[in-house]
Write a protein that binds this ligand. Sequence first.
Ligand code: TPP
Length: 318
Amino acid sequence: MQNQKDRLFTMYEKMLLIRRFEEAAAKAYATGKIRGFCHLYIGEEPVAVGAIQNLEAHDYVIATYREHGHALARGISPREAMAELFGKSTGCSKGLGGSMHFFSRDLNFMGGHGIVGGHVAVATGLAFASKYRKDHGVTLCFVGEGGTNIGGFYEGLTYASLWNLPVVFIIENNLYAMGTPLYRSQPTHDLTAKAKAFNMVSERIDALSVEKVYQTVKKAVTRARAGLGPTLLEMITYRFRGHSMSDPAKYRPEGELEKMKEKDPLDTTHAKLKKCGFTDAQLEAVGAKIEEQIIDAVNFAETSPELSYEEMQASVFA
Ligand SMILES: Cc1ncc(C[n+]2csc(CCOP(=O)(O)OP(=O)(O)O)c2C)c(N)n1
């Protein structure tokens, strides 16, 4: 088991990998190498990293279309992730899914889902499978705050609670559902209020600290693994970019983004690591290693072949 200091270093490394991956994806998108939808996770890194750090190999992760970060945190390689964005056969979904549909059966990473909130019911099914097999597996389900207004969310939470399933629902509340701010779409600002209807344990936290996310999810995962049932967590976070690559994000109040950037979780974690005794050289070395990994991932994606017509056809039901 890692001590607290080393765990923070590991989580910093993962957050930095996600940040640099997303920056490279934005660049490739701007030059037309990535097409279709592309939703970046920049600013929200502590949520996926802190949460997934708690998992074992037989646990499940399921997420929305903003899932590049969760996939990398779960262990999908930057090469496979970038190749998926480029639509290449070497991608984690063979280039057939693209940005919104990362998938890995080996890593129990069950997507990548484009239908807002629909995957919450799938998460409940995954947790049911773990309980049925009695393997003590836990499912982490990530959903946006907008997704909590959707029918699938209520269906998923109802059965998770009724059947006491080992699942942790994590609301990634980044304050905007596309361009709609929270106050225009939700009658309550405390989304854990929704847990009461399902008699479910809940907690709401400021998710700018990766260590805080880790500790909060740890409690919920421990409960789930012990057969004590589901938890609903609300994590207050912020996305630094628009909803997708085609959104200039003009709907934010002036100065909000700049204020949030002053609390950039990567900067605060970097500062914490220095306080813990990590040297500039150590932190620069991790940055350099990640830069190399990202350059390698982009080269790999660029030079990988596309799927053949026959291979594509084999994936189509007619
Ligand atoms: C069922 C459904 N309705 C609408 C959409 C269009 N849509 C895509 S993303 C989105 C906003 C979702 O916001 P939120 O759940 O808060 O997640 P975020 O993008 O902020 O991470 C909407 C309405 C969709 N994909 N699926």
